[in-house]
Design a protein around this ligand. Structure first.
Ligand code: GTP
Ligand code: MG
Length: 332
């Protein structure tokens, strides 16, 4: 019986054979298996791929074990998420990624006036009003360097902040190298949504673009070029020397994350306006209750809400849509 595999299968299989990084190879093998139509004609192929997956897993375990035993080399391809969202800063060498993480968080990455200074990822927390976002500083991406673990790190992040050096006349060319490199790894930088049909195996990573080292020299033309190159993306001009631009970045992350904050209060008490429940925009009273506890939602009778566009203490039902900054009092 013919296997009837889709053409994309053969394409991915070629990449799979060429790939040298074990973790990436394992990911591809799993993707290949998922792509196989499940019928008699592919029984043998499926079994072969399952065997390859199990061998790759074993190799990976062995590698991790060796690393662990030898020098406790940390695995760089995963950083536990903290806060309301994880933002990975990526870009060409020397564009200012580490400087941004340095001024926006308490982390202390190496900042240097020479390229390729960052060798490994480093996370820090950035405060935005009443919540925090996790920023990840990363090694540069260029035609000379691509750390294989970057693929998994970027895939896992909530948002990519693509940093372009506005003081470098070749800044946008260097950016294109980054974009192409990621396309090879089947990551498209864009607004959220499905990848174009011809690239359906790619994932689209929500991206914002930072025109960095702004407000000095002749920065406007490159900024304008960024706007032309990425018409659908949020583009911000930033400088570590300009606090207003850094505040705009904090808010920009919040906007691109497409989340909102809802503050809960006990009956008869004043709201404390700290530690909000984080919801997707457009979330309802029921979503807020569920975010607290499943049982809470089951017991909920109604809620009272304070916020713009509502009567103070307006009594609302489960499907009432909340907005950022609302205060809510649950009645169970
Ligand atoms: N004028 C100006 N210089 C900046 C700004 N941000 C960073 N720099 C300088 O740019 C250089 C590179 O900064 P880094 O933060 O180390 O750059 P990076 O992107 O982390 O570099 P790699 O880790 O090597 O890829 C340093 O000399 C910084 O002082 C800025 O907003 N304005
Ligand atoms: Mg750096």
């Amino acid at each position: 019986m013919p296997a009837n595999l889709p053409p994309q299968y053969y394409e991915l299989e070629r990449e799979f054979r060429a790939e040298r990084d074990t973790r990436e190879k394992l990911r591809m093998a799993e993707e290949l298996l998922a792509m196989m139509p499940k019928h008699k004609g592919t029984d043998k192929l499926q079994a072969d791929m399952k065997a390859k997956i199990s061998k790759l897993k074993k190799d990976l375990e062995q590698k991790d074990h060796q690393h662990g035993a030898a020098a406790h080399v940390p695995a760089h391809d995963h950083i536990d998420k903290e806060g309301a969202g994880q933002v990975i800063l990526i870009g060409p060498p020397n564009c200012g990624k580490s400087s941004l993480v340095d001024v926006l968080t308490k982390a202390k990455p190496l900042v240097a006036d020479y390229p390729y200074s960052t060798r490994e990822p480093l996370a820090g927390m950035m405060v935005f009003e009443t919540i925090q976002f996790q920023l990840i500083d990363t090694p540069p991406i260029s035609s000379e360097l691509y750390e294989p673990y970057m693929t998994n790190l970027i895939r896992a992040a909530d948002i990519v902040a693509l940093v372009c050096d506005l003081s470098d006349p070749q800044g946008t060319d260097a950016l294109m190298v980054v974009i192409e490199k990621l396309r090879e790894k089947r990551i498209l930088l864009g607004a959220a949504g499905d990848p174009p049909a011809e690239e359906h195996r790619h994932i689209v990573k929500k991206t914002m673009v930072l025109g960095h080292k702004a407000f000095e020299g002749d920065f406007e033309p490159i900024l304008a070029r960024l706007r032309t190159l990425f018409p659908s993306l949020t583009i911000l001009a930033t400088s570590i020397l300009d606090d207003q631009s850094l505040d705009a970045f904090r808010r920009g992350v919040f906007e691109v994350m497409n989340i909102m904050r809802v503050y809960t209060k006990h009956i008869g008490e004043e709201p404390k306006l700290v530690d909000p429940v984080i919801l997707r925009r457009g979330g309802t009273v029921a979503d807020a209750a569920l975010a607290i506890h499943k049982e809470f939602l089951a017991k909920l009778k109604f809620a009272k809400v304070w916020g713009p566009g509502k009567f103070d203490g307006q009594r609302v039902q489960h499907d009432f849509e909340l907005t950022d900054g609302d205060v809510i009092e649950f009645h169970i």
